[in-house]
Design a protein around this ligand. Structure first.
Ligand SMILES: *Cc1c(COP(=O)(O)O)cnc(C)c1O
Length: 476
């Protein structure tokens, strides 16, 4: 059909995408192109006359080879970035083709129903209270924001303050308690919410990065007024879990709202062999998690889950006269998320959960954890390599020659070598390599190959002259 303007471009995009994906497992994992090179290839004055669409697509595809981080590689272990499941990508393509505005039921009944069903599945998978409300947000940053907005509403409502109407000017002061190891997105959420980071009390954490439940209990007993406690399921460095049951008991005793940041750790609930790590998590009031990490759906996708649907809705809903909002059985996403118009990001979630099933998600989680343990074992068996954490989930912290400079040099060397990619961190004052396994495609062979590459780099650097070689590791 010559009148169809989409086919030639989509066929082209499909060919580029398939070529990229076929090649992905064998590619040098880190990005190759520098900013200067990419800028030289891409920067032109805004064209007065448009260019040929196919040529634009080809140009972008050509630059992708240099400019993309191959984060879907089975040997990409940076940050906590999952790959993409094929069914998730296929469903995501369709969502783009349908271009749904998922804001309200009236603008996309398909999206609304898919989200409602996927929300039920998510609560079942995580074994969280079935009455909880679920918002499909861009990621865990916005999940933390949304959950803490619900918390802010609830703790102030209980002391007779209507934060949605009166804001925070003159409001009772809210105490927020986190551990010394909480994720920075908690701080950012408090800034967005007008609570401010000075409201934060930080409870010390133990050697694995877990909040000290006894210190929390002592601290909370000294606080007057509304309290929100933010616990963590899955420390970004060690993968450890705060002692959630004991924390929940303290919160219940003092009427504090308990929020859990479980960006990747909440997925431990999908695994029978790891669920015990998150024991007591079901006692919390709200939970934030990502789907683009461990469910392996494309960016951007996370869930804000709140036990008390009324508090969640009160904090998020937008009502306007022209909206055809439904107050009955239909779901309007604007009631549960900060965005108004938004992408139908529930569609890839639905497709992935349906295609994997409960067992498939469990297998995904277990495989990543087993690959992390495998890498930890292979590294620790080598002289001069220490694994700094108890590998309870998918995170491994390794240190080389017990030396900051050597550890950073190994990280940089591995990034340049390209078999795998991982980044560095500073763990309790010491430089460490941080390995995060969160891609369904990482095989036993990938883990073995990666550990060998790391040890090869370490051995080559252990020669006497390594300190004089140039290079700085990416430490994030
Ligand atoms: C990744 C992460 C976040 C932030 O999630 P985004 O999806 O990047 O917004 C928050 N908390 C923890 C523990 C994380 O690992």
């Amino acid at each position: 059909m010559t009148s169809d303007p989409f086919s030639p471009l989509l066929e082209r995009a499909r060919a580029h995408a398939l070529a990229y994906l076929a090649d992905q497992p064998d590619r040098h994992v880190g990005a190759r192109g520098t900013r200067v090179e990419l800028d030289a290839a891409l920067r032109i004055p805004l064209p007065a006359q448009g260019e040929d669409s196919a040529a634009v697509i080809d140009l972008l595809a050509a630059q992708a080879a240099q400019g993309v981080v191959v984060s879907g590689s089975p040997r990409y272990f940076g940050f906590v970035i999952g790959g993409t499941h094929p069914v998730a990508l296929a469903a995501d393509w369709l969502s783009s083709a349908w271009d749904q505005n998922a804001g309200i039921h009236a603008t996309s009944p398909l999206s609304a129903v898919v989200e409602a069903v996927a929300a039920d599945w998510i609560l079942e998978l995580f074994d969280l209270p079935h009455e909880s409300a679920v918002g499909f947000v861009t990621g865990c940053q916005m999940a933390n924001f949304t959950c803490l907005a619900a918390a802010r509403h609830a703790v102030l409502r209980r002391v007779g303050w209507d934060v949605e109407a009166d804001g925070l000017q003159g409001a009772p002061r809210i105490h927020v308690v986190t551990s010394a190891e909480s994720h920075v997105t908690i701080d950012v959420a408090l800034r967005y919410l007008g609570i401010g980071t000075r409201a934060l009390h930080r409870v010390p954490s133990d050697a694995q990065g877990r909040m000290r439940a006894d210190s929390l209990r002592e601290l909370v007993a000294t606080l007057e007024g509304p309290i929100i406690v933010c616990a963590q399921a899955g420390n970004v460095n060690t993968g450890s879990f705060d002692p959630l049951r004991r924390i929940a008991e303290t919160c219940a005793a003092h009427g504090a709202w308990l929020h859990v940041d479980g960006a990747f750790g909440l997925w431990a609930r999908a695994s029978r062999s790891r669920a015990a790590l998150a024991d007591g998590i079901e006692l919390a009031d709200s939970w934030a998690t990502d789907a683009h990490k461990w469910l392996n759906v494309p960016y951007d996708c996370g869930f804000a889950i709140v036990r008390h649907a009324d508090d969640h809705r009160a904090a998020m809903t937008s009502a306007a006269a022209y909206l055809i909002q439904t107050k009955g059985e239909e779901r309007d996403a604007v009631d549960w998320v900060p965005e108004f118009s938004r992408r139908a990001r529930g569609i890839p979630v639905y497709a992935t959960l349906r295609a994997l099933g409960r067992n498939g998600v469990e297998k995904l989680v277990d495989n990543c954890c087993e690959r992390a343990s495998q890498m930890a074992r292979l590294l620790a068996a080598h002289a001069g390599v220490q694994v700094l954490n108890e590998v309870v989930l998918n995170q491994v912290l390794a240190r080389f020659s017990d030396d900051d400079e050597m550890t950073r040099a190994v990280i940089k060397g591995v990034q340049d070598e390209g078999t795998c990619w991982l980044s560095g961190t500073t763990w309790h004052g010491q430089a460490a390599m941080r390995i995060s396994v969160s891609n369904r495609a990482t095989s036993e062979e990938d883990a073995a190959r990666s550990a060998s590459a790391i040890l090869r780099v370490f051995d080559s650097l252990s020669e006497p002259d390594w300190r004089s070689r140039p290079g700085q590791a990416v430490d994030v």
